[in-house]
Design a protein around this ligand. Sequence first.
Ligand code: CP
Length: 349
Amino acid sequence: MTNPTITVGNGANAEATDVADATASPRHHLLDLDDLSASEISDLLDSAEGMLEITGRDVRKTPALRGKTIITMFFENSTRTRVSFEQAGKILGADVINVTASASSVSKGESLLNTVKTLQAMQIDALVVRHPHSGAPYFISNYTDAAVVNAGDGTHAHPTQSLLDLFTVRNHIGDIAGKKIAIVGDVLYSRVARSSIIAFQKMGAEVTISCPNTLIPDEWQLGTVLDESTGFDGLKLAKNVDEAVDSADVVMALRIQQERQDSGHVPTLREYAERWGINSERMALANDDALLMHPGPMNEGVEISSDVAHGAQSVVEEQVRNGVAVRMAVLYALCAPGKSTRVSSGDEA
Ligand code: CP
């Protein structure tokens, strides 16, 4: 992937040349991180650095994607991801249209396929999709010439969340290789867990997870280290939270995905908080300057206590802020000028 570097300049007069290298990624979609190389991920994070500078300007606007149309299509609720994709597209000068299942013809029984074909007929450039079914963005990518970005599909993947997590950690501690990352929470149902394990491992981090025995795949066993055959080579499954967070550089708490669970995975939320919740006592086991992360939305008092969620080590709000820059980098990489994203448009602006 060629890095679309961003020239630092005056926001008010920003022109298309702000985005200095208009050579876009050869990739057409961002569906998961598993087939991206560490170098491709680094390139996206480098690009996000330039985007972050733009988001900090008085006038946050560039014409980099002027004339492009981005549709966000959310079949599941979202605050952070939907708003940040919209903001990212608008800062880059694209037209952004939001579609929600309840306000679309899906509520009248239209199929996902016909919805996609309908949107495709309007010559869109990118489709940002959140869907409760794992694999839905892959299905959609077979029926549209627009760039498809997975904004979270079922229990499967949430690639831009994990990119912004990497970006946030990199901005604080530099090279991620060799760093100890503790991920605590619902690994079985969390798309963020899967994407973040992949992302941090690709960048050379040492990842340890901790969760109830009922919230990992059946074939995994707490107290072991996974091998290559699992696809998560070297992933440590701690026996308990204290072991996971011990000397960690990053502690990431994950929400219990109650909307995706059958009942009976955790005893009670109170007991979950006691046994797996991240609080100040547990953070004290991590490195002194360890970062506390949470992808949101947070259930304070369950997987994370309020004092640490809003404490000095928390980078939760920074994750949200960085999400805009990272999603700008992704949209730019997929829709940059010179890259045809529409079947009926041979040339781009
Ligand atoms: N982290 C995340 O996906 O949050 P939203 O559900 O608010 O988008």
